[in-house]
Design a protein around this ligand. Structure first.
Ligand code: TPP
Length: 672
């Protein structure tokens, strides 16, 4: 006999999950079956959300970090009244359905972030809480609280094993993010079996040491204990909270509970029936939702409306008291840029000595920052090198959440995921810096930013062997190619200060992202734009920087970043020998690919086969632009520790090499 409505609701979730996975014949039933009670308590008794308006700005955020348990999230969304139909549940993991294998960011039906790669959701939540804290500090006024919500997540053993969660937990503890509450599904099983195989540290002690409030619920089916723990977590305002809830993977399955076998496979027809019997559930129909269960869950709809309208009233009062702030809040949340901000974009005077593009980047950032107070970011402990500090602004710290300079510490991976969470929350434009070589340390987060098309900006400095003495460990070789391989990521490697300014302008005014700004450590000449084409050409990805006076070029030199100077010098030398050269600055492949074919052919005419690309990195991919008869002057081995000019020389990235290559190529061409 079912004891009460709570039990019925929880068993409904468990069986929807099991039926969904069974029908798809793939998926992960175990974790949701164990975690259903905590999810039920959280969603029906705590989560302040409005299923009919998933975009309500002051909603609590919920992240299912253990994304493989996606059927748990889909069931909760359907049951509480989001726009996720029963058909969607029945089409779990099918082509075009709203219920893909792992949750994919889709706010229209309440999915706050894409999860699946373990640990990412954990760190995203930290970013969401950072945004909440910053916005609350900027906009709330005495007697007027308009930003006031929690970030909840369900995290799993896998999440806690992954390094990114260690980084993010450490930072969240340091920052004292009191409105971050994580329920840890402590089921002690992962794919290979018991967590005793590889994960035996004292998890709760670890989190306590990070500075989190830690609680334990010994019985994952004890609703009162879960409720009590969440209540205490909410009452703790100075520390994030971890509630370790001891659960049983595949709860209710007589033969599979507590085994790895129920982690990632359907229960099977027979075991499903045994489970239903065991949980006193009717064998048929599948996807059963008893009326009283639906009624109970759907109360979330009315509750949500009330919550939002109460907030709306508070906002109206706020608007009356602080009309300008209210307007600014709306602008930020809608991603609208203030008027005239683009006028702040710097124009740098021509200068043969010039400056490093990282320095130009820092200047541009500081020039626009005062006009874009929702631009917020920092570095993974390299701000002095990355030039990411906003001067005159405070640090974001527990004692002052209004600071705009974030200190991520030496935690690139968490930085990337936290930036994602910040962008997902809405209202802010996050940027983060490190050396280009360490983009590897944050690549999983970059990939997810790209998958979700989040507007985040990476400031990657020390972009080549040009960083010199730090040597091969710090000199990126394959990184540009590796980043260009990520769909949706716009990689921009500007050649001078003015291209850097335009790159920032482009990233800031775009609705979607992400953007990687790839910047030099060493000084680069600031080109005289009365002599060369305007830097706004960067917006097209590649442009003719300098052209021959003749009708058609004999040769096209294509370069990015610091190597554009080499191309420009080679241009002059070749011109002395009457070679008609065109120099193309190509800061961004992705932007170039977005141009109409006509433009692309104008820049790189099909009949000019003599082409040389120059880039201080792995040549992979450049043949797309230089063609079969072209050449790529790049680097196909690791770097070296020495003054950078010598490395350039010894690796053959020199004007002479460009000229020689051109001569050889044209000689061959003439002999044809
Ligand atoms: C970064 C990453 N590595 C590996 C995986 C593959 N994977 C999915 S679930 C899982 C085991 C997770 O165990 P746990 O978090 O305890 O989940 P549960 O067994 O409780 O469902 C693994 C290794 C992944 N999703 N993400």
């Amino acid at each position: 006999m079912m004891k009460n409505l709570d039990d019925l609701c929880i068993t409904t979730i468990r069986m929807l999950v099991a039926d969904g996975v069974e029908k798809a014949n793939s998926g992960h039933p175990g974790m949701p079956m164990g975690a259903a009670p905590m999810a039920y308590v959280l969603w029906t008794r705590f989560l302040r959300h409005n299923p009919h308006n998933p975009k309500w700005l002051d909603r609590d955020r919920f992240v299912l970090s253990a994304g493989h348990g996606s059927m748990l999230l889909y069931s909760l969304l359907h049951l509480t009244g989001y726009d996720l139909s029963m058909d969607a549940l029945k089409n779990f993991r099918q082509w075009g359905s709203k219920t893909p294998g792992h949750p994919e960011h889709d706010l229209a039906c309440g999915i706050e972030t894409t999860t699946g790669p373990l640990g990412q959701g954990f760190a995203n939540g930290v970013g969401m809480a950072v945004s909440e804290a910053y916005l609350a500090s900027r906009f709330n006024r005495p007697d007027h609280t308009i930003v006031d919500h929690y970030t909840f997540a369900i995290v799993s053993d896998g999440d806690l094993m992954e390094g990114v969660s260690h980084e993010a937990a450490s930072l969240a503890g340091h920052l004292g993010l009191g409105k971050l509450i994580y329920l840890y599904d402590d089921n002690r099983i992962s794919i290979e079996g018991s967590t005793d195989l590889a994960f035996t540290e004292n998890r709760t002690a670890r989190f306590a040491a990070y500075g989190w409030q830690v609680q334990q619920v010994k019985d994952g089916n004890d609703l009162a204990a879960i409720e009590q723990a969440i209540t205490s977590a909410k009452a703790e305002s100075d520390r994030p909270s971890l509630i370790a809830v001891r659960t049983h993977i595949g709860y209710g399955s007589p033969n599979k509970q507590d085994t790895a076998g129920v982690h990632g496979e359907p229960l099977g027809a027979e075991e499903i029936q045994l489970t239903k019997q065991n949980l006193e559930w009717p064998p048929e129909p599948a996807f059963l939702i008893p009326d009283e269960v639906l009624d109970n869950f759907r109360q979330s709809v009315e509750k949500g409306k009330t919550l939002e309208s109460e907030w709306q009233q508070r906002f109206t009062a706020y608007e009356a008291a602080h009309p300008e702030l209210a307007m600014e809040w709306r602008r930020w949340m809608e991603g609208e840029m203030p008027k005239d901000w683009e006028e702040r974009i710097l124009v740098f005077p021509a200068d043969a000595k010039g400056m490093a593009t990282r320095a130009a980047s820092g200047n541009v950032l500081n020039a626009v920052a005062a006009h874009l107070p929702n631009l917020i970011g920092g570095s993974a402990d390299l701000a002095p090198s990355n030039k990411t500090l906003i001067k005159g602004e405070n640090s974001f710290q527990a004692r002052g959440y209004g600071g705009r300079n974030l200190h991520f510490g030496v935690r690139e991976h968490a930085m990337g995921s936290i930036m994602n969470g910040m962008a997902l929350h809405g209202g802010l434009i996050p940027y983060g810096g490190t050396f280009l070589v360490f983009s590897d340390y944050m690549r999983p987060a970059i990939r997810l930013a790209a998958l979700m098309q989040l507007k985040v900006i990476y400031v990657f400095t020390h972009d080549s062997i040009g960083l010199g003495e730090d040597g091969p460990t710090h000199q990126p070789i394959e990184h540009l190619s590796a980043l260009r391989a990520i769909p949706n990521l716009t990689v921009i490697r500007p050649c001078d200060a003015n291209e850097t300014a335009i790159a920032w302008q482009h990233a800031l005014r775009s609705q979607n992202g992400p953007f990687a700004l790839v910047l030099s450590r060493q000084g680069l000449p600031t080109l005289d734009r009365t002599e060369f084409a305007p830097a706004t050409g960067l917006l097209k990805g590649a442009y003719v920087l300098r052209d021959t006076e003749k009708k058609d070029p004999d040769l096209i030199l294509i370069a990015t970043g610091s190597e554009v100077s080499l191309a420009v010098e080679a241009f002059s030398k070749l011109r002395e020998k009457s070679v008609a050269v065109r120099v193309v600055s190509m800061p961004s492949w992705e932007l170039f690919e977005m141009q109409p074919e006509e433009y692309r052919r104008q820049v790189l005419p099909a009949d000019v086969k003599a082409r040389i690309a120059i880039e201080a990195g792995c040549p992979q991919g450049w043949h797309r632009y230089v063609g079969e008869r072209g050449a790529v002057i790049g680097i196909e081995h690791f770097g070296a520790s020495a003054p950078y000019k010598l490395i350039y020389k010894n690796f053959g990235l020199t004007v002479d090499r460009v000229v020689e290559t051109a001569n050889r190529m044209l000689g061959i061409g003439l002999g044809d």
